[in-house]
Design a protein around this ligand. Structure first.
Ligand code: FAD
Length: 411
């Protein structure tokens, strides 16, 4: 009997989770993890937060000795450069060709780059190496300009402020994270940053970057000139689909198209994490999520399927973002922001905004109310029927709103 080999491409948490769950579920074949970064898998969320403000320690999903102890071969600092789905092999940057019985592509995303915004003092943040460089320069920077008030931009703004750096944050939209949070919650976030001294410039973007003798001069869409010692660009990401796409794998929503079991369009090739655009059975549509928890869970799900279980991934998506002492969390999918049901008050900075359709919670965004998100996450795909009045009534615990008697579930 020959030993099966499962190759995991990508050294992030999705690949690490797949490795851990393959072993947990009794897969006794060879497992090889090929990762371009030289560091063993680590968690990225701290890179824009504690890693910048505190000790630069990496948080690892698996201890470095776990891999050897569990017979998982780490091929770090190695890039998978070609995929042959007919011959079931991947070509590596070392010149080797690695055969597989099953392959998991967990190649993640890379930062979207802005043409002309490159070189020393200009930062993009994705890897521990990126964060290390940014951390070192933040130590002496007095003024930092951040392009884009998305998650990365807002979190770096909070961290830089905590370090005593003056931050100017440019955002073409009317408020930070406006597309994710809607205008009203975005405005709460804007106030939080402004109170801490961040100069947020909504509706304005940077059109040119010039290097002066003492740092940068940025020209803005309003014609202003703003000085900065260093620049961080956080304008979104690009999924690393090329390895799969060049081999003929179907692409959707910018990612590698996978079904509910994590299977791509090629036999024996799966995808998980940020790069995967997965058919979600609960929504009946393809969704690509760039959040930690989904990457971990999809990695686990693909491993379960490889180990012989046939389990669709149909969990509720969830994310968090920590900025200053505030914790923003969300689960599910928000509909129109103008019809949300508010539990708590925006002004108190302790609230949950629910998307409610036909008596069912579709999604929630909370500020400093993790318990609400936890309760909503449990309810999302379970039978329940609630009214806007019940949701808004803070004297009524959310868990009391989930009747146990109904059986039908609809997404
Ligand atoms: C600074 C930062 C802060 C974040 N904060 C939060 C947060 O607070 N909350 C939250 O929910 N999410 C957060 N995220 C998002 C979260 O980290 C991602 O969703 C998660 O890392 C996705 O994991 P992944 O394994 O799918 O991909 P990745 O983490 O991107 O890992 C993919 C790996 O594959 C490697 N790779 C790519 N191509 C190849 C190839 N051809 N050959 C070999 N290796 C390859 C890459 O180098 C990379 O190491 C944050 C992300 C960043 C960057």
């Amino acid at each position: 009997m020959t030993t099966k080999r499962c190759v995991l491409v990508g050294g992030g948490v999705a690949a690490a989770s797949a490795a851990a769950h393959l072993r947990k579920r009794g897969f006794d074949g060879d497992v090889v993890l090929v990762g371009e970064e030289t560091a063993a898998p680590y968690e990225r969320p701290p890179l824009s937060k504690e890693f910048l403000t505190g000790p630069p320690e990496l948080v690892r999903p698996l201890t470095p000795d776990w891999y050897a102890a569990n017979g998982v071969e780490l091929r770090l600092g190695v890039r998978a450069v070609a995929l042959d789905v007919a011959g079931r092999s991947v070509g590596l940057s070392t010149g080797e060709r690695l055969g597989y019985d099953d392959l998991v592509l967990a190649t993640g995303v890379r930062p979207r780059r802005l043409s002309g915004f490159d070189g020393e003092g200009v930062h993009y943040l994705r890897t521990a190496a990126d964060a290390g460089r940014l951390r070192a320069e933040l130590a002496t920077a007095r003024r930092i300009a951040i392009l884009g008030a998305g998650f990365i931009g807002c979190e770096v703004a909070a961290s830089a402020t905590a370090l005593g750096t003056q931050v100017t944050l440019f955002e073409p939209e009317p408020a930070p994270l406006a597309r994710v949070l809607g205008a009203a919650i975005g405005a709460v976030l804007m106030d939080i940053h402004r109170e801490r001294g961040v100069e947020i410039r909504p509706g304005e973007h940077v059109t040119a970057l010039d290097r002066g003798r003492h740092g940068f001069v940025l020209t803005t869409s309003r014609g202003d000139r703003v000085e900065a010692d260093l620049v961080v660009v956080g304008i979104g990401s690009v999924p690393n689909v090329e390895l799969g796409q060049d081999a003929g794998l179907a692409v959707a929503n910018g990612g590698l198209a996978v079904d509910e079991y994590g299977r791509t369009s090629a036999p024996h090739v799966y995808a998980a994490g940020d790069v995967a655009a997965q058919h979600h059975p609960r929504y009946g549509t393809r969704i690509r999520v760039e959040h930690h928890d989904t990457a971990v869970r999809q990695g686990a799900n693909v491993a379960a399927n490889l180990a012989g279980e046939v389990t669709p991934f149909e969990e509720a998506h969830w994310f968090w973002s920590d900025q200053y002492e505030h914790s923003l969390q969300s689960t599910g999918r928000m509909g129109a922001f103008d019809s949300v049901v508010l539990r708590g008050r925006l002004a108190d900075r302790s609230f949950s905004a629910f998307s409610l359709v036909d008596g069912r919670i579709q999604g929630v965004i909370s500020l400093n109310r993790p318990g609400d998100v936890l309760a909503a996450r449990r309810m999302l795909f379970a039978p329940h029927e609630v009214t806007a009045e019940q949701l808004a009534d803070e004297s009524l615990p959310l868990k009391r709103l989930m009747p146990r008697t109904k059986t039908a579930s609809r997404a």
